[in-house]
Design a protein around this ligand. Structure first.
Ligand code: HEC
Length: 128
């Protein structure tokens, strides 16, 4: 019974964290769990980073954009993409299905896709 209660509590905390993020509450949410572990979720507001995480780009391209092997193929290293911002927008929109890059048309609105492209070109790009 105790176990059940703990589990419920943890789930409630997780749900609340998700809810407050969704509702635009402060970006840092930490929850003290029963075991005393602290969990910190930091999501920068508004930028391409949150979309990059939210739409699972990190699954194939890794949080820093380096890419790598995955079920879909070899995720491109976005840090060194030779594509222009407009071309990046096109790839995200249309995808490259046969190479394992999904099309996000209809799933991500055009403004957010543009934000993602800027994020890739400005923030992920390896600075010299
Ligand atoms: C299921 C895995 C997967 C997911 C999820 C995914 N990608 Fe990709 N992506 C790939 C693969 C694989 C390639 C390489 C395709 C190729 O070889 O031409 C790629 C290529 C790209 C390219 C082209 C880079 C270049 O230099 O040619 C961009 C830009 C890109 N992805 C952005 C994104 C963004 C932004 C997201 C999230 C909205 C995303 N990807 C989600 C697998 C994925």
């Amino acid at each position: 019974m105790k176990q059940f209660t703990d589990k419920t509590k943890t789930l409630t905390i997780a749900a609340l964290s998700a809810l407050s993020l969704w509702a635009g509450m402060p970006a840092t949410v930490s929850a003290e769990t029963e075991t005393g572990e602290r969990e910190e979720i930091v999501v920068p507001r508004g930028g391409g980073r949150s979309a990059f995480v939210k739409f699972n780009c990190i699954t194939c391209h890794m949080p820093d954009g380096r890419g790598g092997q995955n079920e879909g193929g070899y995720g491109a290293d976005l840090r060194v993409t030779p594509l222009s911002e407009d071309q990046v927008v096109t790839v995200i929109t249309e995808g490259r299905m046969q190479k394992g890059m999904p099309a996000f048309k209809g799933q991500i609105d055009p403004d957010t896709i543009r934000q993602l492209a800027k994020f890739i070109k400005d923030d992920l790009r390896l600075k010299k």
